[in-house]
Design a protein around this ligand. Structure first.
Ligand SMILES: [Mg+2]
Length: 241
């Protein structure tokens, strides 16, 4: 049986449903902006916001500012646009505190693995440093992770799908890729690159925007949730929790 020493996890649409959360948060923001005096239908605003996100990426931090810039001023006549933007931003943050939760099986699996095994648990994630770190803190999962095993692309200057981000995580922790596992939802970012350096890859396929996407290489195992992952660890690595 192969020795497994570490498991790294993706965050978005792996530890929590990013797609579902973003939809809720954006919807709450648009309602709040309308409430603050933006006179336009929610459908139209939604369409425009989707374009902003596509054009400036989901990591961009001023979506609502850009959204208002694109809308003719007659739709918020007499109202300071900053008030409308602030209303949107506030609603987004409020949704974070009420609706940003990890999948129940994810948190339970992390808890079990951290308390009942010697595995080193970490995160390798694509995104802005404080934004990704905030997700970990809000989900209250840092207690289960090794503090030196959190790797955020923007913080180390290497982005997925460059396999170097995975290489860096392994070398920083003195691990051979073959004794590490990566668990993620996007086959192009989370399976192909770590496969290339010889990590063991697990694809979580439970929804999200990459659900139907196929990569160039197959993961070692495909799972629907973290209970399946625990089964796999028991069957193939003799790890009992
Ligand atoms: Mg993901």
């Amino acid at each position: 049986m192969n020795q497994l020493r570490a498991i790294f996890f993706d965050i978005d649409d792996t530890l929590y449903s990013t797609s579902e959360f973003s939809e809720l948060a954006r919807s709450a923001s648009l309602d709040a902006m309308i409430e603050a005096g933006l006179n336009m239908s929610k459908d139209q605003l939604q369409e425009e916001l989707d374009e902003v996100i596509n054009e400036f990426t989901s990591n961009y931090e001023h979506h609502f500012d850009k959204l208002l810039l694109r809308i003719p001023k007659k739709h918020y006549k007499g109202i300071n646009p900053s008030i409308i933007i602030a209303a949107g931003v506030m609603a987004y943050h409020e949704t974070k505190s009420t609706r940003l939760f990890p999948y129940e099986d994810a948190i339970e699996a992390l808890r079990l693995l951290s308390t009942k095994t010697d595995l080193l648990l970490g995160v390798i994630t694509e995104g802005l440093e404080v934004k990704q770190a905030e997700k970990l803190v809000r989900m209250r999962i840092t207690q289960y992770l090794s503090p030196s095993a959190i790797f955020i692309s923007n913080q180390i200057g290497i982005s997925k799908p460059n396999p170097k981000i995975y290489q860096r995580a392994c070398s920083d922790l003195n691990l051979r890729p073959a004794e590490t596992m990566y668990v993620g939802d996007n086959p192009l970012y989370d399976v192909d690159p770590p496969n290339r350096i010889g990590m063991i890859t697990v694809r979580v396929r439970r929804g999200g925007k990459y659900h139907g996407v196929e990569g160039k290489t197959a993961p070692a195992r495909e799972v629907q949730n973290f209970w399946d992952l625990l089964d796999y660890l028991r069957q193939d690595y003799g790890i009992e929790v």
